[in-house]
Design a protein around this ligand. Structure first.
Ligand code: CTP
Ligand code: CA
Length: 227
């Protein structure tokens, strides 16, 4: 990043990024989660800071070192992420939801550890709030909202469906079944769709390169379609 340049478009803009998995507690020692590493969101945060943005990163649990110059808000559950994101959203000009938010959480979180028994243990799950959907329903014309879509089949179709349903400006799709585009790897293969029908596909790239592709595409979209 030695040669990264601050850019007028990004300078001083508040960019809110969510990242990582969430953990949905079952009891004091157990949780449901997913394989998200947080690498894509951290790469986005780093790239946005290099371009001059003021970055707030709302992050679920990861093993990553926070990039310098980023404001970090640590959360665990989808509900905590919802609270933090809601607090930060209004003042953010650009919001990028790279987090792999859990879709379900246990209906009951037990306050005592569940003891081992010989019979089956059924844990009931109920849906979490769809954070991105709520943001899409409250965003103003001058805010840009970008979602992610992790798909294992019919990538373009499902991604475009989410773009519309959640009222997004752009959506970054990745095919998690493709070699080099996993949830946890250092590379990604992305396509980006915008609400005006534009679409762009990028070849296999490092997550940092992919982050720069995403930020470039957001900038071009904003300049071509001013509020
Ligand atoms: N998302 C969110 N809150 C949730 C679930 C998802 O904000 N409770 C966001 C993710 O951060 C991502 C986008 O919605 O930007 C799409 O997430 P994804 O898991 O691909 O789609 P879902 O709408 O959850 O649908 P499904 O998992 O069934 O494909
Ligand atoms: Ca999901």
């Amino acid at each position: 990043a030695r040669f990264a340049q601050k850019e007028p478009f990004w300078s001083g803009k508040k960019v809110l990024i969510t990242v990582g998995p969430t953990r949905e507690p079952i009891d004091p020692v157990r949780y449901f989660s997913n394989y998200s590493s947080g690498k894509m969101g951290f790469a986005l945060a780093e790239a946005a800071v290099e371009k001059g943005a003021e970055v707030v990163l709302v992050t679920g649990p990861t093993h990553l070192e926070p990039p310098a110059g980023v404001t970090i808000k640590q959360v665990n559950s989808a509900e905590e992420m919802f609270q933090q994101v809601t607090e930060q959203f209004q003042s953010a000009e650009v919001t990028i939801k790279a987090a792999a938010v859990a879709d379900y959480h246990p209906t009951i979180t037990y306050s005592q550890k569940h003891k081992k028994k010989q019979d089956q243990w059924m844990v009931e799950l109920e849906p979490t709030k769809d954070i991105l959907m709520k943001l899409g329903s409250t965003k103003t014309a001058d805010q840009l909202l970008i979602g992610f879509a992790a798909e294992s089949e019919r990538v373009a179709e499902y991604a475009k469906g989410k773009l519309k349903k959640k009222n997004l400006d752009l959506i970054v799709a990745n095919d998690i079944s493709a070699e080099g585009a996993g949830f946890d790897g250092d590379t990604n293969i992305i396509s980006i769709f915008d609400r005006k029908g534009g679409e762009q596909s990028f070849p296999l790239a490092s997550k940092k390169q992919a982050a720069n592709h995403i930020l470039e595409t957001i900038k071009s979209f904003a300049l071509e379609h001013p509020a």
